[in-house]
Design a protein around this ligand. Structure first.
Ligand code: FAD
Length: 331
């Protein structure tokens, strides 16, 4: 019988549980079914106690048990305190699998925990499964995104960090009678050698419309410059969309890195993704495969972007987009 799957429930600076937790919860339930209904558990650090929306989030996303660490000091994330407490918890409950979102916090926390436990960590995964031997099969891009590697871990817990937005969230689909277990914290557990002097909000944190955009109009190198992107801005505004870019366009300075999509940019899951003059390199498409419908406009019929698109338009983008803008404006 499996000891189950543990998930890290990250609380954001704004005080809500990060959406990547609900995405992990959804996948974890699927993995748990393949492990004969193993329990899915979560670990939470909270200064607010068990807020009603936290509670609802856990029960509605199918979590069997939540280990809660509650203290006012948890207003501020601390690598040292959090990892020490989690390491002790993992030693106590011995989960088979431990999953953490590949957010800034998760990327900081996971390697420290895995090295303290002497176990392996597959970082920045884009898919998870259980193989025929009941082991976690964690998939991530490798060799600069040219290949996908599925990695198995010989030791337990089998740890992985998972990119936000690669799985659908679990809201309201898996109601459970969740058990909440409050863990005792001793004053000596807070022995942090780092003092936070000031928190400066990064531009990426402020401008993250791409994360929640339902329509994305993305431009590539073929947009030829900032003016091409201005055209995309105008089009996007008319259809209620947000502009994104390929790395080809970002590297040439046509668009800022904060809107880059792909392996070294953002992973997006809009309802509609319109790729304009983007060739469709794997490092780009790895960030858009969760889109519901992909449309591409490219003047090269052999461009690989057509292979991942639901609708393809072989045409000059500088003819198609102005025409669409004209039609939208006249309506
Ligand atoms: C480690 C690593 C990480 C990477 N990470 C990323 C990443 O996160 N995101 C990413 O995007 N890339 C990434 N890349 C780069 C990636 O390999 C490609 O080089 C990049 O995606 C190409 O950008 P592009 O499609 O805009 O340019 P190109 O490949 O040059 O394609 C331009 C396309 O525009 C078309 N075109 C030109 N003019 C017109 C026109 N007038 N009308 C219609 N179509 C036209 C052309 O036919 C062509 O298909 C990464 C690469 C590496 C090695």
């Amino acid at each position: 019988m499996s000891n189950g799957i543990l998930l890290y429930a990250e609380v954001t600076r704004q005080g809500y549980i990060h959406t990547v937790f609900f995405e992990l919860a959804n996948k974890a339930r699927e993995l748990a079914d393949k492990l004969d209904g193993a329990p899915v558990m979560a670990v939470l650090f909270t200064k607010h106690g068990m807020m009603p929306d936290y509670k609802e989030g856990f029960t509605n996303s199918g979590i069997d048990k939540v280990f809660v660490f509650e203290d006012e000091k948890f207003e501020q994330y601390s690598t040292e305190t959090y990892s020490n407490l989690i390491v002790d918890l993992v030693k106590e409950i011995e989960p088979d699998i431990f999953l953490i979102g590949a957010t800034n916090q998760g990327r900081d926390l996971a390697p420290r925990i895995s090295s303290a436990l002497g176990t392996g960590l597959t970082a920045d995964c884009i898919d998870l499964d259980i193989n025929e031997k009941g082991l976690l099969a964690a998939t991530r891009p490798t060799f600069g995104g040219q290949l996908m590697a599925t990695i198995l871990c010989k030791t337990k817990p089998q740890m992985a960090t998972v990119r936000p937005k690669v799985f659908k969230p679990a809201y309201d689909i898996n109601y459970k009678n969740t058990d909440f277990v409050y863990k005792l914290i001793k004053p000596e557990d807070f022995k942090d050698r780092v003092e936070l002097v000031e928190f400066i909000q990064g531009i990426e944190d402020i401008k993250n419309e791409l994360d929640s955009a339902e329509i994305i109009v993305a431009g590539g190198k073929g947009m030829k410059g900032e003016e091409g992107f201005n055209l995309l801005e105008e089009f996007a505004e008319l259809i209620g969309g947000t502009v994104g870019a390929s790395r080809g366009a970002v590297d040439l300075g046509y668009a800022p890195h904060s809107i880059q999509i792909g392996q070294t940019g953002k992973t997006v899951t809009p309802k509609l993704y319109i790729a304009c003059a983007i060739s469709g390199a794997i490092q780009h498409t790895v960030g858009i495969t969760g889109s519901e419908h992909i449309v591409c406009i490219n003047n090269d019929p052999n461009a690989p972007i057509f292979d991942v698109s639901d609708t393809g338009i072989v045409a000059d983008v500088f003819e198609v987009i102005p025409k669409l803008i004209e039609i939208l404006k006249s309506n």
